[in-house]
Design a protein around this ligand. Sequence first.
Ligand SMILES: Cc1ncc(COP(=O)(O)O)c(C=O)c1O
Length: 358
Amino acid sequence: MVTKTVDLRSDTVTKPTELMRAAMANAEVDDDVLGSDPTTFRLEAEVAKIMGKEAGLFVPSGTMGNLISVLVHCDIRGSEVILGDNSHVHIFENGGIATLGGVHPRTVKNNDDGTMNIELIEAAIRNPSWELVYPTTRLICLENSHANSGGRCLSVEYTDKVGELAKKHDLKLHIDGARIFNAATALGVPVDRLVQPADSVSVCLSKGLGAPVGSVIVGSKSFITKARRLRKTLGGGMRQNGVLCAAALVALQENVGKLDEDHKKAKVLAEGLNQIKGLRVNVTAVETNIIFIDIVEGSKITGEKLCKNLGEHGVLVMPETSSRIRIVMHHQISASDVQYTLLCFQQAFAGVPDENGN
Ligand SMILES: Cc1ncc(COP(=O)(O)O)c(C=O)c1O
């Protein structure tokens, strides 16, 4: 019988801490749709201040945060957004920007490090003098850290360059900052500096920061006024959501400072996994809390089988493809959980030959 669970499927699996539960129980609340929930206001103001923006808006999820942001910037149907072909908004958000907002996605190839080449972004901007046939480019969207690239970080220099390009062409810049605190921590830069050129940022509180629910989008006061209205249209106006925001305020206090530790644990795990015959991890690409593990070609075990085998020992991981597994580190994984996970991978691979058949 399995007695231990090490849940590495995502950083969204964390359970609210005692302090979060206490804060939720004691939260001062009122009706947020009527504009009078004090705890929600506190969270929105706090996140806006941390991110160096004028105002914030609590939303139930990162997906809604990105959707609202894109739709506010692209408020005329047939607008176009330039975004990465491997970005969360493009791949994992049900095409909401197109189906609900009439926004046309113009994808640019994401490099392995999550960037898009600046020249390719510029080349994707539509020439306004051809407006009879072209959609109108209104927005560029970045993602930092970049989940599908294994949590890699976009630097201040890169973000600034994209911001300059956006300004030059009179476009807005949105950052999907679901894990922006991970990126700022890994880069060793203040988070407000990292997002300085952005007109809006969507910040998740329920990923590495461990809150049970929610994201905050930040931007100018006028952006947030429009976003608030759109949130209501989408059915996202909530009442006593101070109970959720109270937990998120604790998450900001408790867990931003733990992200560095999460990144170190991820590195230790990545290095250990890369030593196992039959597995390959690009350790240098592990910049934050996400690890992609490749099963080498010719190996006797598939991703699905490996996940099942690990699951029987209480180690929960996500298959990405038949030969790739994703692990996401978070604050509720201990150093001994990391060692236990390594042991479980080792036993699953005992006897499986490496890529040279040894
Ligand atoms: C980079 C990124 N953006 C946005 C989201 C969407 O967040 P949510 O699951 O809260 O809708 C995720 C979720 O994993 C994500 O990884």
